[in-house]
Design a protein around this ligand. Structure first.
Ligand code: NAD
Length: 306
């Protein structure tokens, strides 16, 4: 079996002072990458800062014979994190946008600060760090980027309106970057992890907390970031050694008018609701063009029938 290696490559992992990010950093370093271990070192709610979180991971990597440097900036200043990669290692090949915080409250009790901080760290942080890396990746015609989403984003979760909105925003960002980066050999994929970490302490049931270890997600991220991995624009779920993927699904739908001069009423929509919602023979458009293409065909048919 040929080992997947990252020799000569530089990986930037945000929020790598603990949890999932730490395992990503350790794995990339053990496979030959020089790693920027970014972590602000605050609480899981985004309060305070502490250099020790990143330093301890860097020490561990160096003791094991790997290459790593710490960066303590917030992802909101993502350009500084990428500058650390360039200053120390001269390039950036891999970026794992992993840093995150939680400020869980029911929607009614969510204050604007809870909303803003969560959007800033997850969405703006990923934007700023990726934007800075993007220029280098485009110039070198190579890059591998990961966005970190969550089941809360995909399915929603009580008490996580701010976090759900941010996490699904990252899927949208990843989907578009996958398309914009493709011609420059920049791939962008989304990971949807479940792992026992300080963030999920007291939330995950004990069996899941113990068995869904962060080191069981890291190999999935490593594969998605390898130069031999053709995947681009995928949404991959990983937990406890199980790996699967998501895709959008839409019903075949119903055209509720026969001619262009025919209108549409709420009653017509109501009366066809079962058929509109019937997922039998469902479709899986892979691009906006493919999805909109169907509407174009329907409009053409209406024009011909009129
Ligand atoms: P974690 O709290 O252990 O790790 C997050 C790290 O990000 C921390 O070390 C923290 O200091 C760092 N961080 C926070 N704000 C930062 C900032 N502004 N700049 C730089 N670093 C910052 O949690 P985790 O479970 O390892 O989560 C990692 C990622 O995975 C997060 O994006 C989280 O939302 C996502 N996620 C985790 C789970 C899970 O089950 N653990 C599920 C879905 C999504």
């Amino acid at each position: 079996m040929v080992e997947l290696r990252f020799d000569g490559q530089v990986a930037v992992i945000t929020g790598a002072g603990g949890g999932l990010g730490k395992e990503y950093a350790l794995l990339f370093a053990s496979r030959g990458a020089a790693v920027v271990v970014n972590d602000l070192g605050g609480s899981f709610k985004g309060e305070g800062s502490d250099k020790r979180a990143a330093d301890l991971v860097v020490d561990e990597i160096i003791k094991a014979g790997g290459k790593a440097v710490a960066n303590y900036d917030s992802v909101e200043d993502g350009e500084k994190i990428i500058k650390t990669a360039i200053d120390h290692f001269g390039r950036v090949d891999i970026l794992v946008n992993n840093a995150g915080i939680l400020r869980d409250r029911s929607f009614l009790k969510t204050e604007e600060l809870d909303w803003d901080l969560v959007q800033k760290v997850h969405v703006k942080g990923a934007y700023k760090t990726t934007r800075a890396a993007w220029e280098y990746m485009r110039k070198q015609n190579y890059g591998r980027i990961i966005m970190t989403s969550s089941g809360s984003g995909i399915y929603g979760n009580f008490g996580q309106a701010n976090y759900s909105a941010a996490k699904l925003a990252l899927v949208g960002l990843s989907n578009t970057l996958a398309q914009e980066g493709k011609s420059k050999n920049i791939h962008c994929n989304t990971i949807v992890p479940i792992a026992g970490s300080r963030m999920t302490q007291g939330i995950l049931p004990p069996d899941l907390m113990d068995n869904a270890r962060p080191d069981l997600v890291a190999p999935v991220v490593a594969w998605l970031c390898h130069e031999s991995c053709p995947e681009n624009g995928a949404i991959i779920e990983a937990a406890a050694g199980w790996v699967g993927r998501y895709r959008w699904e839409r019903t075949r739908g119903v055209t509720l008018r026969k001619r262009t001069d025919e209108g549409l009423s709420p009653e017509k929509v109501r009366d066809s609701w079962d058929e509109i919602s019937d997922f039998r023979g469902s479709l899986h458009p892979e691009s906006n063009q493919e999805a909109a293409g169907l509407i174009g065909e329907i409009v053409q048919n209406l024009i011909e029938n009129t």
